[in-house]
Design a protein. Structure first.
Length: 395
């Protein structure tokens, strides 16, 4: 027990140190701006920062889409990936990819990589979103904020593009203060859901509500996806074991088992009607749940020949999306797979109550699937980003 408490305290101290660093960097950015100091620009050399290569294909395609969106300014942008687990660019973006890893080490590695560059884009995903009382979430949001502020301290232009932000920020007031300070000193901010937009309003920040940045590549890929009749794509999210991805306490595991059995029952019923089921893991943490769901399906009497487990490891980030978009219908616990299926005009059932999923449910409720698109209140991410890079933030 003593070692456990010591470990928790150590993680909290590390978070506080990172929060103080981020706060200090944001203050330096404000001071530079007030003094009229900025990096001398000769052309454009862009850096794209995000959760890329972190084992999540949804995050990876955001980086790919943003890189493809900025060719007007830089044909060879630098993508700063957190890790190299899954990031395999599937289109010829001309981007260079480097890996900086986690925490303070990642912030300093980003600082080094930014030398000689002119603009930094913190791009896409729930980068400032997650369990507001989780120390791991606090560390992650500060890490991404610190990487962006490394560019600001260098005098470079900073842009936040298409992210999600927890509506009430975080249970740790120091972490909340640090993230709010970063949002206020960033040159242009665009978010991907109304809850995040409302948070900006409460902070007095002028932001733009946009479609998810990955939409631009999903629209292209959707045209290439040919429907496989009776196929049902199932995308899981192991929310019970998130974010540590290891078995939890007894109550947690009971809840997880109950959810798996209920989902397995739905799949067995579908197989009896003639469905061909494909199980997908779009994040490394979901492989265990896919295996457990497949086992529960067989235990419940499901026909083995009607179930396929799609391998998690793919050649590029495009491959799992193309296969999913070819399914006639989709059940998804994850945002980007659901968005991909909607973009392809498929019958989609969204499972779960995450902030981004609730947004997707609300904007897709009354739209015919064959013509699905975001409501007009969501601006085009490509045009907003290009205007932001040109110094004209906004829609």
């Amino acid at each position: 027990m003593r070692s456990l408490l010591k470990g928790k305290l150590l993680r909290r101290v590390r978070v506080w140190c990172l929060a103080v660093l981020v706060l200090t960097m944001s203050w330096i950015v404000r001071a530079r701006r007030s003094a009229g100091l900025s990096e001398r620009r000769t052309g454009r050399r862009l850096t794209i920062i995000g959760a890329y290569g972190n084992g999540n294909y949804g995050d990876d395609i955001i980086g790919e889409a943003i890189a493809a969106s900025v060719v007007e300014f830089d044909a060879h942008p630098l993508i700063v990936a957190r890790r190299s687990d899954t990031l395999r660019l599937s289109t010829e973006t001309g981007a260079e990819v480097i890996t900086t890893e986690d925490g303070l080490r990642g912030v300093f590695a980003t600082w080094v990589a930014l030398a000689g560059r002119t603009d930094a884009i913190l791009g896409g995903g729930g980068l400032f979103e997650g369990k507001r009382d989780d120390v791991n979430v606090h560390r992650l949001v500060l890490e991404y904020a610190g990487k962006l502020m490394a560019a600001g301290v260098r005098g470079q232009r900073t842009i936040i593009h298409g992210i999600g932000i927890s509506p009430n920020l975080y249970s740790d007031r120091l972490v909340s203060k640090a993230i709010a300070s970063v949002l206020k000193c960033t040159d242009a901010v665009a978010v991907r859901d109304p809850a995040s937009a409302r948070l900006l309003e409460t902070l007095g920040i002028t932001g733009t509500l946009i479609r998810d940045p990955a939409t631009s590549v999903l629209e292209i890929w959707a045209k290439r996806a040919e429907i496989r009749p009776r196929s049902v794509g199932v995308v899981v999210l192991d929310r019970h074991r998130w974010p540590k991805f290891v078995p939890g306490d007894r109550l947690t595991e009971v809840g997880r088992s109950r959810e798996i059995r209920a989902l397995a029952g739905r799949l067995v019923a579908g197989a009896e009607r003639g469905d061909v089921i494909e199980l997908f893991a779009f994040h490394h943490s979901d492989e265990a749940m896919v295996e457990d769901l497949a086992a529960a399906y067989r235990t419940a009497g499901g026909t083995p020949s009607s179930l396929t487990v799609v391998p998690y490891r793919q050649v590029s980030s495009q491959d799992p999306f193309l296969r999913l978009m070819a399914c006639e219908s989709v059940l998804s616990m994850r945002f980007h797979p659901a968005l991909a299926a909607l973009t392809a005009g498929r019958d989609v059932q969204i499972i779960g109550g995450l902030q981004k999923l609730e947004m997707l449910k609300s904007v897709s409720a009354d739209i015919p699937l064959a013509r699905w698109s975001y409501p007009e209140s969501f601006a085009d991410p490509v045009s907003v980003l290009n205007r932001g890079l040109g110094g004209q933030a906004g829609r």
